[in-house]
Design a protein around this ligand. Structure first.
Ligand code: F6P
Length: 539
């Protein structure tokens, strides 16, 4: 297949970028010329409505991007993914996270998926109904932490009748110690989540947790420790007898839909977990069947390519206006940067074009009081992705009482903030408008024109708004599947294998070699910097 930057669509996009459609496009003018721009660029996918109108593109750009997708065989690549072809060739496996949320009897490996899911959900319900555990500690890292943790937090209003959930990932013992300090061993369940069950951080924390449990007088390790893994025999060798399995064609960062969702299911119950899967499946169907021009994950992925390779924008900020989604930026960092942060294509050929952007962000409105200054007036243009949730859900709060009324009013303020930030990024403020404003306080003696320069906003800065009716399990499932397919889309255009992660291996190997040197002090053959630092650490 022709590499993306050698297609005629790519050349056409380069020409298009150099015209008033690209670098010359002014959003304010486009809205003035076209009163229907918002409607024209609003897409509806299951549970998610996306306003893409405040992006630096037009219908001609969209058409060329779809041509690029066709030149790269995106529909065929997508079908191969969903069919279970070996899309992850460097690890010799498929990437079948979509099979985990297919309804029973459909999708590849359905019998295996349903057997494993049913066993996990039955155990989750048992833990919830028996009530023997007040606290559940999930130990895992990367994909075996970020997804389950973020979803558990997002669905907290649905988790009123289950035990408390805690997540420990960091090798730094402060993380585990801080959690254990508050727990009663007799009433604590530990879930050890690791696809490989060889991960240093997870094994170390599991060892420490087991040592704490027995030191507290705990005896029944078999009842208090369970494992979720694609390698049950390794978990058993570690001393954990109750295991929940998933298959090796589930990538770590795509595993929350598998039995790795056990902490989520314990928190919110089996029915809500099935809703999460159903929402993701609805988005899978949209991705599989919607025409490319109306296919939301495809359009978002193509927009990412447009920004990265033509506008040369190096990062994207995620601004979820919902406290439940506070960990979404961290989750998306792994999803996008571990998937597409590569500089060779699937054939091992060097890629001479930019790939994954830096993905970062924080829950609104906190970000507004930290880094939004840079988004509005900094030297870099950074597309911002606002996630707004129309209806809040405050568990246990009487919405007709004083607290409920106050929280409802705050939610309206929250939405107004999100809308205003997107509006400000686009509209900006001219020096003339700034000069005409009355300023409450100003530095004495500063010329008005100088102050106005500081109060000017360039505007024309792009943003996307993703709108959910509520943060239900179904809507969250759809939102996360949307992101997965969007990352697949940009990876497919670039020709990347989005499902391996060799970039994390070198550091792991070097750590294994340095560990004994920290004990022995042997620095022979080390580079000068590492040797000097090692000696200082031992001093
Ligand atoms: O950091 C690399 C990685 O392999 C991730 O892809 C994965 O999610 C994480 O480590 C944890 O791996 P495991 O689930 O095998 O412990």
């Amino acid at each position: 297949m022709t590499r993306c930057d050698q297609t005629s669509a790519w050349a056409a996009l380069a020409g298009h970028y150099a015209s008033p459609h690209g670098v010359g496009l002014d959003l304010r003018e486009r809205f003035a010329e076209d009163p229907d721009r918002a409607t024209r660029f609003t897409l509806h996918a299951p549970e998610v409505t996306a306003d893409l109108s405040k992006n630096l593109w037009d219908l001609a750009t969209q058409r060329l991007l779809v041509e690029l997708a066709l030149a790269r065989g995106l529909p065929a690549q997508r079908d191969a993914l969903l069919r279970g072809d070996m899309v992850n060739a460097t690890e010799g496996r498929a990437a079948l996270h979509t099979a985990l949320r297919a309804p029973p009897g459909t999708g590849p490996h359905s019998a295996t998926v349903q057997r494993e899911l049913d066993a996990m959900l039955a155990y989750a319900e048992q833990v919830r109904s028996e009530g023997a555990f007040t606290d559940v500690v999930h130990i895992g890292i990367g994909g075996s932490d970020l997804g389950p943790q973020m979803v558990t937090r997002a669905l907290q209003p649905y988790a009123q009748d289950g035990p408390r959930l805690h997540f420990v990932s960091n090798l730094d013992g402060h993380h585990l110690a801080g959690v254990l300090a508050r727990l009663d061993a007799a009433r604590t369940l530990f879930i050890i989540g690791s696809k490989t069950f060889t991960t240093q951080e997870t094994r170390a924390n599991a060892e420490a947790a087991r040592a704490w449990f027995t030191a507290q007088g705990g005896q029944d390790v078999a009842r208090h420790f369970v494992a979720v893994t694609a390698s049950p025999e390794t978990a058993r060798a570690f001393g954990i007898t109750r295991t929940f399995a998933f298959e090796d064609w589930v990538g770590g960062r795509f595993s929350l839909w598998s039995t790795m969702g056990l902490p989520v299911a314990i928190a919110v119950g089996a029915a809500n977990f099935r809703e999460l899967l159903a929402g993701a499946h609805a988005m899978d169907m949209h991705f599989a069947t919607a025409p490319l021009a109306a296919n939301l994950p495809v359009q978002l992925g193509l927009l990412d390519v447009w920004y990265r390779n033509f506008h040369r924008l190096a990062s994207r900020s995620i601004a979820p206006y919902h406290q439940g989604l506070a960990r979404l930026p961290a989750y998306l960092q792994q999803l996008e940067m571990e998937s597409n942060g590569k500089c060779v294509d699937a054939q091992g050929q060097p890629l001479t074009l930019a790939t994954s952007p830096v993905v970062w962000g924080q829950a609104g409105t906190n970000g507004q009081h930290a880094f939004f200054q840079m988004l509005h007036q900094g030297s870099d243009v950074i597309p911002v992705e606002f996630i707004l949730v129309r209806t809040p859900r405050f568990a246990g709060v009487d919405m007709d009482g004083p607290l409920g009324r106050q929280l409802a009013a705050q939610h309206t303020q929250l939405l107004a903030n999100g809308l205003a930030q997107a509006q400000a990024l686009m509209l900006g403020k001219t020096a003339e408008a700034a000069a005409a404003e009355a300023v409450p306080t100003a530095a004495p003696g500063m010329a008005p024109a100088v102050l106005a320069a500081h109060r000017t906003f360039p505007g024309n800065r792009p943003s996307t708004v993703l709108l959910l009716d509520e943060l239900s399990p179904r809507a969250l499932g759809a939102l996360l599947a949307l992101y997965e397919h969007r990352v697949f889309t940009s990876g497919a255009i670039w020709g990347i294998n989005s499902f391996d992660q060799w970039g994390v291996e070198l550091g792991k190997a070097l750590c294994g070699a340095l560990l004994p040197r920290l004990a022995s002090g042997d620095v022979s053959g080390l580079d000068g910097s590492t040797a000097a630092l090692l000696q200082r650490l031992r001093a």
